[in-house]
Design a protein around this ligand. Structure first.
Ligand code: GLC
Length: 600
C-alpha cells in the first residue's frame, strides 16, 4: 500500500481484550484489589493485566512480579558484581522498609505528602482545571500538513513574541508524550499518531547530506516543520537530521523513539496493518541496521557522539551514554515484537536476540552502582590483564568523584551515566534509568533499587520541581572542560542539573511499574502547585529546581503532555501497558552475588 493511502483513519478496536481473561475486568477492580490490602500486590495486578496481552507477536509472557519480589528479601536470583557484600548486608538489616513499598490506594489518598499542603496552587491550577487547560493548549500546538494533523510544535508561540529558534518545529522525541497522551485518553485520538509515524518514515527516506557527507539511510529526523513553496504554491516539509542543530549531531534517539511509539500505537489500536506495511518494516530494519552492523566494537553498547539525544548539547555524554543504551534495548525489544520473519527478517531477528542478551548482561553488570558496588570499585586493583580481571575497564579508584560517596544511600542503586575504558561517568540520568525500568532492562530488583534511590534522594533528584535530567551539575573547571564553557548549560541550569517537567511521565510510568504509584503522586502534586501558574515552562533552574529556567520557553508542549500522560496513567494504570514491556524470562539474570540494595 502506498504511504499516502495508508494515512487514512483507523477506528481503535476495544483495548486490552485479554483483561477479563487475566482475572481483572476493569481497572477499578485492579485498584480495588490493591486497597483490600490482601495478598495481591500492585505489581501483581499489573502483571496479570499484562500477561498474554503484552506480546504483539504472540510471545508467551509469564511475568508475575510481586511486592515481595521487589523488596528482594526472598529474591536470590539477582544481584550485582562483587563479592564483599557481607558488611553491607549487615548495614542494610537495620534499614526500615522503603516508605512506598506495599502501599495501597487507601493509604495513598490519606497519606500526608512530604509534609506539604495537598491543596497548594491557585484555583486555576487545581488538577481538573489543569487537565482541561493542558488539552486546550495541546490542541493549539498541533501542526497540519495537507489538511491532516501530523505532529505538534515543540513550544506554542508565547505572547512575548521572542525568537522561536527551532521550537516551531515538530521534534520526534518531543512528540512521544504527545502521541501517548492521544493514545491513552478515554476516546483515543489515534490518527495523529499514525500520521506522525508515516510522515517521519517518509522523511527517513530522504537523502541526508551534511556538507559533502551522506548520512546513513536509517537516520530519522530530529525534527521537521511545514514550510511553503512560493513557486509551486504548496506546503512542503523541511526536516533536520542534525545538520542545523547546535552540535551538528544526528539524533540517535529519534529512530528508537519512532519504533517505541509504533509499538504503543499497535498495542493501543490492534491495528497491525500499519506495522506490517512493507515500508514500515523497511523503516524499522534501516534503523536497526545502523546499530547492528559489524564494526570494531568489543562491547554490545552503541558508540555515539555527544549531544545525540534529549541532551542535545555537549555534556560529556559521548561514548556509551545510558540514555541511548536503554532506548536501544527498548527499541530492540519492540522491534522484535513487530518484525516479520519473511525475507531477511529471520536473520535480523536472530541478530536482535543475540544483541538483547549481550546488551542486558553488559548494562546490568557494568553500569550498575549501589553501595556495595561502589565499595568494590573503591577497592579495585588496577592494571589487571587477562580474562580473570575483576576491574575489567581499568577504572582508577581515584577517579571516583567525592560527591558519589555522599550521594549513595545504603538502600538503592542506579545505572551510571557511561562506562568505557578507564572511565565511569557516575552521574545520574533520569531518562536512562526510567527507560531501563520500562523496557525491563533493569531486573525487578534493580528497578526497585532505582525507585528506592529516588525516594532516598528526593531533595536532590526531585526537589521543588520534578525532575532533574542529570545530577549533579558540572561546575567550574569541569564545566569548562566538559561542556566547552557552554553558557546555556551553566551549573544547575538546562541540561546541566536543570529540572524538566516533561520527565514526570517517565517517573510516573516507572513508579507504577514497580508498584510504587505514590512516588508519582507526590511528584505530580509538586507539579500541580506550579507548572500551570508558571506558564508550562520547558525547564527549571537551581539546585532544588525553584526557578523558571533562564531561557525556558513557556507553553512547552512536552511539559504539557508529560503532565497529561502522568495523570492518564495514575488515573488508569492499565495505560502503562502501552509503554512498558514485561521482563523477558529468556534473558539470563546476572549470575552475581546479591547487593545490599535488595537484602533489606
Ligand atoms: C531542546 C532540548 C531537546 C528538545 C528540543 C525541543 O533542544 O534539548 O531535547 O527536543 O529542545 O523541545
Amino acid at each position: 500500500m502506498p504511504l499516502d493511502s495508508a494515512l487514512g483513519s483507523v477506528e481503535p478496536s476495544s483495548r486490552d481484550p485479554d483483561k477479563s481473561e487475566a482475572g481483572v475486568d476493569t481497572i477499578e477492580e485492579a485498584w480495588r484489589n490493591l486497597s483490600l490490602g490482601g495478598e495481591k500486590s500492585f505489581g501483581k495486578v499489573l502483571s496479570e493485566m499484562a500477561e498474554d496481552s503484552d506480546s504483539l507477536s504472540g510471545e508467551m509472557n509469564t511475568s508475575s512480579l510481586t511486592i515481595k519480589d521487589f523488596a528482594g528479601a526472598e529474591n536470590t536470583e539477582t544481584g550485582v558484581i562483587g563479592k564483599n557484600e557481607g558488611g553491607g548486608g549487615k548495614a542494610m538489616s537495620v534499614l526500615k522498609p522503603s516508605p512506598s513499598l506495599g502501599i495501597n490506594m487507601d493509604t495513598l489518598s490519606e497519606a500526608p505528602i512530604g509534609g506539604q499542603s495537598r491543596t497548594g496552587g491557585s484555583e486555576n491550577s487545581s488538577p481538573g482545571n489543569m487537565m482541561e487547560e493542558a488539552w486546550e493548549l495541546l490542541a493549539r500546538a498541533y501542526v497540519n500538513f495537507k489538511g491532516q494533523r501530523v505532529g505538534a510544535l515543540a513550544a506554542i508561540n508565547d505572547e512575548s513574541g521572542g525568537e522561536t529558534l527551532n521550537y516551531n518545529q515538530v521534534f520526534v522525541r518531543d512528540f512521544v508524550p504527545c502521541g501517548l497522551a492521544c493514545l491513552m485518553k478515554t476516546d483515543p485520538d489515534v490518527d495523529i499518531v499514525k500520521n506522525f509515524l508515516l510522515k517521519t518514515l517518509h522523511l527517513q527516506g530522504w537523502e541526508k547530506r551534511i556538507d559533502n557527507f551522506t548520512l546513513g539511510e536509517g537516520v530519522m529526523p530530529a525534527s521537521f516543520k511545514v514550510g511553503h513553496d512560493p513557486e509551486r504554491q504548496k506546503e512542503i516539509l523541511q526536516a533536520d537530521f542534525g545538520g542545523t542543530a547546535i552540535g551538528r549531531v544526528a539524533p540517535v534517539d529519534s529512530g528508537f523513539w519512532w519504533i517505541i511509539l509504533l509499538r504503543s500505537y499497535t498495542k493501543c489500536t490492534h491495528d497491525y496493518s500499519l506495522s506490517e506495511l512493507p515500508e514500515v518494516q523497511r523503516g524499522m530494519k534501516l534503523v536497526l541496521n545502523l546499530c547492528l552492523s559489524d564494526g570494531f566494537d568489543t562491547f554490545p553498547t552503541l558508540l555515539c557522539a555527544d549531544g545525540c539525544s534529549m541532551i542535545d548539547r555537549r555534556m560529556g555524554m559521548y561514548g556509551y551514554p545510558i540514555e541511548i543504551q536503554a532506548l536501544f534495548f527498548f527499541a530492540l525489544r519492540c522491534a522484535r515484537q513487530m518484525l516479520k520473519p519473511e525475507h531477511d527478517g529471520k536473520e535480523l531477528i536472530e541478530r536482535i536476540d543475540k544483541r538483547i542478551t549481550a546488551l542486558s548482561y553488559h548494562i546490568r553488570n557494568y553500569y550498575w552502582l549501589d553501595f556495595t558496588q561502589l565499595n568494590n570499585i573503591y577497592r579495585y586493583k588496577t592494571e589487571e590483564y587477562s580474562h580473570t580481571a575483576v576491574n575489567k575497564f581499568n577504572v582508577i579508584p581515584e577517579s571516583i568523584p567525592d560527591w558519589v560517596f555522599e550521594f549513595m544511600p545504603l538502600r538503592g542503586g542506579y545505572f551510571i551515566g557511561n562506562v568505557s575504558p578507564a572511565r565511569m561517568d557516575f552521574r545520574w540520568f533520569l531518562v536512562g534509568n526510567c527507560i531501563a525500568i520500562l523496557s525491563s532492562l533493569a531486573t525487578p530488583a534493580q528497578a526497585t533499587a532505582i525507585m528506592d534511590l529516588i525516594e532516598e534522594r528526593w531533595e536532590e533528584l526531585i526537589g521543588e520541581m520534578p525532575l532533574k535530567v542529570a545530577y549533579p551539575a558540572l561546575e567550574g573547571h569541569e564545566w569548562r572542560i566538559v561542556t566547552g564553557c557552554d553558557p546555556k548549560n551553566t551549573r544547575w541550569s538546562y541540561h546541566n542539573g536543570g529540572s524538566w517537567p516533561v520527565l514526570l511521565w517517565l517517573l510516573t510510568a516507572a513508579s507504577i511499574k514497580t508498584g510504587r504509584p505514590q512516588i508519582a503522586k507526590r511528584a505530580i502534586e509538586l507539579v500541580e502547585q506550579r507548572l500551570a501558574k508558571d506558564g508550562w515552562p520547558e525547564y527549571y533552574d537551581g539546585i532544588s529546581g525553584r526557578y523558571v529556567g533562564k531561557q525556558a520557553r513557556k507553553h512547552q508542549t512536552w511539559s504539557i503532555t508529560g503532565y497529561l500522560v502522568a495523570k492518564l496513567m495514575i488515573e488508569n494504570p492499565s495505560n502503562l501497558l502501552l509503554i512498558s514491556l514485561e521482563e523477558d524470562k529468556k534473558i539470563a539474570k546476572p549470575k552475581l552475588t546479591r547487593s545490599t540494595s535488595w537484602t533489606c
